[in-house]
Design a protein around this ligand. Structure first.
Ligand SMILES: [Zn+2]
Length: 306
């Protein structure tokens, strides 16, 4: 199941306050597939949403439309009785739905405003799996009803962006916090928690990846340095030998030559004179300089002797 259908399942399973039922029902009808003076319809792959739509028509008109099963297993509800549609429209208008504005809740309770948005999401909303991207949207063909929904969302403190796709009005959110808040507000708090969990997991994974990359880069850098030191020591061995070095440099060179994988810190620990890491680096630099001088003096003869 998709994240979107998990959210819808939770919304369907979360009880509504009795006061919220008229507005929830109005939203199901207003944001279903079709809502014109001649025809109402809705199409869904979730039978429970079709049932909720039928109950909505019943609640607001007292009449029961029938549910049809379409070819691909979807449930379709259709009403083409103009008298019934007129009655429903009059009932929806009486609920002050069109009076809600950004700064005016038209006397509706906050719970009823949330339930209206819940109804709209069930029939025209989708939300993307938060493991992929953060995106929640409502799609509605009529501009006037899209504006109503935007006002309801604004009453909940949710300020959506708008766009058009193939002539359909889209209200959408891209911020994970706003999506989590809206899911909670509509009644899908468990899925909102899932989303927060997914985000924490993603943050941890990114931090771990950054650290691993950083450590790999460090290892590559130290290996690179150790390889250069190893080559320098080989040059010294061919041009006078390790005996030609001072005892402190000789011991440092021997440890590096025998242990190319050792870090400077490990070499410092292995040396008897309690030297620091920067002391080891300093000795290595001296060894490299001596090797460079000798290589320059012999003009590559050391290699030729082999
Ligand atoms: Zn209510």
């Amino acid at each position: 199941m998709s994240f979107s259908s998990d959210v819808k399942q939770e919304l369907l399973g979360t009880a509504l306050n009795p006061c919220c039922e008229p507005l929830f029902s109005a939203a199901l009808i207003m944001f279903g597939r079709e809502y014109t003076g001649q025809r109402l319809s809705m199409l869904t792959e979730t039978p429970a949403i079709a049932d909720a739509y039928v109950s909505a028509v019943q609640l607001l008109s007292g009449k029961t439309p029938s549910v049809m099963q379409s070819e691909c297993g979807n449930c379709k509800v259709e009403v083409d009785d103009a008298g019934l549609i007129d009655a429903l429209t009059a009932e929806i208008r009486s609920l002050s739905v069109y009076q809600v504005r950004d700064n005016d809740d038209a006397g509706l309770s906050p719970c009823c405003i949330s339930s209206f948005v819940r109804g709209a999401f069930l029939v025209c909303g989708t939300v993307t799996d938060p493991n992929k991207e953060y995106h929640l949207e409502f799609s509605c063909s009529a501009a006037s009803r899209t504006a109503v929904l935007a006002h309801f969302l604004a009453r909940l403190g949710v300020h959506v962006k708008t766009t058009k796709r193939s002539g359909v009005n889209i209200l959408y959110l891209k911020s994970s916090e706003e999506i989590e808040d809206l899911l909670t507000e509509m009644g899908a708090s468990e899925q909102a928690m899932m989303m927060m969990g997914a985000k924490v997991y993603k943050d941890i994974r990114n931090t771990v990846n950054r650290r691993v990359n950083f450590e790999n880069a460090n290892i590559a850098r130290s290996m690179n340095a150790a390889t250069k030191q190893f080559a320098a020591i080989e040059t010294i061995m061919k041009t006078g030998g390790l005996e030609s070095l001072s005892p402190e440099l000789r011991e440092c060179a021997r440890l590096r030559y025998e242990n190319i994988e050792m870090t400077a810190a490990e070499i410092a620990k292995a040396l008897p004179d309690g030297i620091s890491v920067s002391g080891v680096n300093h000795r290595m630099k001296r060894i490299m300089r001596i090797a460079e001088d000798r290589a320059a003096r012999t003009g590559g003869q050391a290699d030729a002797e082999e």
